[in-house]
Design a protein around this ligand. Structure first.
Ligand code: ADP
Ligand SMILES: N[C@@H](CCOP(=O)(O)O)C(=O)O
Length: 360
């Protein structure tokens, strides 16, 4: 799943590329030699780099966090988790969001915790703190999200450093200290319609940009950062510039969520709706060719194109299109090639169902 500009940290889209866990609890065994009673096997994207040690792997570490909040200190004897992952890691396609959601669901299943999806979202948000990706993965489709204003005690709990919520390796077994439980109702979501004729072309460069790094390049104060070296601006003018950036994105989000659901789609409105000033301009330093790609492709210059943006934190480019798909993809591939960047590409569609459990 991905987040869509200009809906930075707000709008997420679940796409038809599914992380799958095949889980078996062998209750005939009385004890297990596996660390934390869990045997992990793995195939697909990340197979060479992802740890198969349960208190290092993001999926099982997340599951252990949820289990430990419920006084279960290890997996049940003996839990086998086979991970099948088609989502490239560190490309802006939400592999970590999917991993976190799957870890929470894994705990819910093996621990028989009976958590609702709303409660699972709380656990996800203690780990991946921007709600766009995890809400899309959990609920499916195109979602808008927000974080609730909590009382001071719950706010403090929700902001406990990630290193305490999800230490690596997952600690606690020796100390017996329960990890911080999430407050109730951290975030909420609303699903929007998606016009079926719109396809999602993803152009996936063969290099990684970690989301953490792509967030570090963003300004903390937009007005100050934007005005560095421009002492001629007054305080009033700085406020106006900040407002302009925020209002620019808000005006677009307001249109985009409706425009993406209308048939036939209005290309100009979607294209305008996908412009962003909050994160894309700052991330160009991490992604050669980004500015040129985003600025040179419009519905007029490339018929069929509806809109174009960075997918998540990048480096993947998301182009929405109704037709001319190969041609549009070819242009973006060629532009990356000019920067000596090889890419893969996929045409995806929204996955409306969200995270599901199939019991056999
Ligand atoms: N299937 C997976 N199993 C275990 N860990 C994963 C999996 N997918 C992602 N991760 C973890 O998430 C990291 C990538 O997260 P991130 O930088 O946010 O990029 P992305 O845009 O793909 O979400 C990986 O380096 C890995 O630590
Ligand atoms: N809104 C976040 C989305 C990060 O998505 P990812 O797929 O790169 O993890 C951001 O833009 O930082």
């Amino acid at each position: 799943m991905i987040s869509i500009s200009p809906g930075f940290d707000v709008i997420g889209l679940a796409l038809s590329i599914w992380l799958e866990l095949q889980v078996n609890v062998d209750t005939s065994k009385l004890q297990s030699d596996a660390p934390l009673n869990c045997v992990i096997t793995y195939e697909g994207e990340g197979a060479k780099e992802v740890s198969l040690v349960p208190d290092h792997n993001l999926i099982t570490r997340t599951a252990l966090y949820v289990l430990r909040c419920h006084d279960r200190w290890t997996f049940p004897v003996e839990t086998a988790v086979h991970i099948i992952n088609p989502i490239p890691l560190g490309r802006g396609l939400g592999s970590s969001g999917a991993a976190v959601v799957s870890g929470v669901m894994l705990a819910n299943e093996v621990g028989n915790l009976g958590l609702s999806k709303a409660r699972m979202l709380d656990y996800c948000l203690m780990i991946e703190r921007h709600p766009d990706n995890v809400a899309a993965a959990l609920y499916g489709g195109l979602v808008g999200t927000y974080l609730n204003e909590l009382d001071p005690i719950d706010t403090e709990r929700k902001e406990i450093p990630l290193s305490e919520v999800l230490p690596e390796p997952a600690g606690g077994l020796d100390t017996g200290l329960k990890p911080p439980e999430p407050p109730y109702g951290i975030g909420h979501y609303k699903k929007f319609k998606w016009a079926t004729e719109i396809k999602a072309i993803t152009i996936i460069p063969r290099f990684e940009v970690s989301t953490a790094k792509a967030r570090e390049v963003l300004p903390t104060m937009y007005s100050r950062k934007d005005m560095v070296g421009s002492p001629r601006f007054t305080r009033k003018q700085l406020e106006i510039v900040t407002d302009q950036i925020q209002v620019f994105n808000m005006q677009r989000i307001a249109l985009l969520t409706t425009a993406l659901g209308e048939s036939p789609p209005d290309a100009d409105m979607i294209y305008q709706g996908m412009q962003d000033k909050v994160h894309q301009p700052y991330r160009r330093t991490l992604i050669p060719g980004l500015t040129e790609i985003l600025q040179s492709m419009t519905p007029k210059s490339h018929p069929g194109l509806m809109g174009i943006c960075l997918s998540g934190a990048g480096p993947t480019i998301l182009a929405l299109a109704t037709h001319n798909i190969e041609n549009i993809a070819g242009v973006i591939l060629a532009k990356f090639k000019e920067e000596d960047i090889d890419c893969d590409w996929k045409v995806l569609r929204p996955a409306e169902d969200g995270a599901v459990v199939i019991r056999s």
